[in-house]
Design a protein around this ligand. Sequence first.
Ligand SMILES: C[S@@+](CC[C@H](N)C(=O)[O-])C[C@H]1O[C@@H](n2cnc3c(N)ncnc32)[C@H](O)[C@@H]1O
Length: 468
Amino acid sequence: MNNAEKPRRGRERNTATAARDEARRGRAPARPAPGRPAAGPGERPFVLAAVRIEQVRAVLGEVLQWEFPADAVLSRWLKAHPKLGVRDRGEVAEAVYDVLRNLRRYRQFAESGAGPATRRLAILGLAAVMDASVLDAGLEEHERHWLAHVRSLDVRGLARAVRDSLPDWLDEKLSTLEDPDALIQALNRPAPLDLRVNPMRVERAEMLKQLRSGPALRYDPQPTPYSPWGIRMQGRPPVNRWPMFEKGEIEVQDEGSQILAALVAPRRSEMIIDYCAGAGGKTLLIGALMRSTGRLYAFDVSAARLARAKPRFARSGLSNIVPVVIDPDNDQRVKRLRGKAHRVLVDAPCSGLGTLRRNPDLKWRQHPESLAALKETQAKILAQAARCVAPGGRLIYATCSILPEENEEQVKAFLAENPEFTLLDAAKIAADRCENLTLQGPFLNMRPDRHGTDGFFAAVMERSKPEN
Ligand SMILES: C[S@@+](CC[C@H](N)C(=O)[O-])C[C@H]1O[C@@H](n2cnc3c(N)ncnc32)[C@H](O)[C@@H]1O
């Protein structure tokens, strides 16, 4: 499961009460909510926006150290503030993510003004998610003037890397792709939440009916355009507290990810390896498409990630999955499976730049050096995984990156060194299951501006059978 697929937790709680609790802990100037006793002598009045600015500033202070992924920092902070209500949590998270999306431009704006720059970043993030008049109440006079000035600026004249907030190296790389402006803008917009039904347990039409007849209706559940198993929801539904989630009938999974599993085109009773299974997002759909028959190895070098997959495997009811922690070099199990698998999926560790809608911090956490290291790892995993493919079997290489150097270029280099593999038309294979999906091929390239999914890449290669 990538970060994008993680449902966010939240607790129903009254906004003013939760914010007041925060204020009581000394995190912000406090005044009781309406209807409560007035502020005592020497106390500053409670203002929700003032509390919120300090909350967002505190989270940003940690996120912008870049030591940990933003979602990890945020979920830790939210856990440390269990009394915050759903709306409060949503506002803090959305403001932090808005700052990460627009960081370069906001930093330029924050250069003017007085006081700590992180506070001004927090104000800009909140200006994007809060009603202007509510936010205004939490601002100092000089901040009010500064924000009005920032709001009056015309950003159209700014260089794209500043306007759309990209590091220069990434702006340069993206400018070589088709329609870079449309792609960059789409990557900078928040994504909806995609669910996937477990085809072993329930039909999509039936699940849509259930969702539309309960409290989930407010998230406007709609079928995804390409994946036959997907349901798209608006907003941040608390999916992991729904009974259908607990019963293993639905999972959170971007539509692009669902299509990748379709590309594996697994069949009953086959032996399949998900070589980089992580928290099992794709394993689950592949296992269900095998109708829980055959054997599906879920490999990963990270025991922690595979451990996160286990409860998902248990919920799904699948009995054909065999999770295995492998050694990145010389693993004996991998050796024993040499030439045996009908399908091997390599969902390779990558820059994740196709998922910027959900993980905007990646554009600041990745850099050319990390990319170079990833490319080496990808080539190494591809070569190792390829050895497990049986003659006539298929190797599927996938990333959630949009950079050709992690994608097409890796595949071309692999094919040049491994002439026993030939490239199949991924677009055609995907269209077998996803009938509305018309792509050019032979590679599968999904983009947020064209398909409404995260950016995904995949290639399907077949190993030739020895001639008799
Ligand atoms: C993109 S993530 C996989 C996501 C997963 N397939 C899903 O759908 O949720 C890449 C995974 O590759 C794993 N990995 C890194 N190096 C590896 C290696 N040498 N062999 C196998 N897996 C590796 C990482 O631990 C990580 O879980």
